[in-house]
Design a protein around this ligand. Structure first.
Ligand code: HEM
Length: 142
């Protein structure tokens, strides 16, 4: 009986992965909801920035439509989506801003909040943040 049920569940598992092989290998991009999901996150992120007393001043003279476009493209590319980032490199963009660790951490918090408000599961939020974390050194104190 035990062996039979084990065999059955094994067969079932094999069958599901055979029917939908992508299931086990969703890219982070897909898990974020693709282009539509990323666009919702970026909208929330821009709202968060615009209400944040510490971060808004950095963006007050920026072209927000360009930021929306390039940042979305970057999120798509780092999450293994079908995009190639076409914006400026991170040191070039952030030089002259003198971004502190506190500023950086605040931006991470705002992005985290934007993802939570967009219904992105916590584990996927962390996966995305992990991929952005290595860029930290390219923008601090420049
Ligand atoms: C992991 C963290 C960050 C990422 C991935 C990131 C990414 C980007 C990208 C892709 C752009 C657009 C580049 C372009 O227009 O070609 C941008 C622009 C900008 N970022 Fe960041 N950024 C980060 C952190 C920060 C922080 C901490 C600040 C300030 C506290 C900041 C302030 C800005 C500003 C003000 C612009 C607009 C620049 C302009 O008007 O030309 N960023 N960022």
């Amino acid at each position: 009986m035990m062996i039979r049920s084990l065999l059955c569940s094994g067969t079932l598992l094999m069958a599901t992965s055979w029917i939908n092989p992508a299931m086990a290998e969703d890219t982070l991009y897909e898990r974020l909801g693709g282009a539509e999901g990323i666009s919702v996150v970026v909208d929330h992120f821009i709202d968060e920035i615009s209400f944040d007393r510490r971060i808004y001043p950095f963006f007050k003279d920026s072209d927000i439509e360009r930021f929306r476009n390039k940042f979305s493209e970057q999120l798509c590319a780092v999450s293994d989506g079908p995009c190639i980032y076409s914006g400026d490199d991170m040191p070039t963009v952030h030089t002259g801003m003198n971004i502190s660790e506190t500023d950086f951490n605040r931006v991470v918090e705002l992005l985290q909040k934007a993802m939570a408000d967009s219904g992105i599961p916590y584990t996927d939020q962390n996966r995305l943040l992990q991929r952005l974390a290595p860029l930290r050194g390219e923008m601090l104190h420049r």
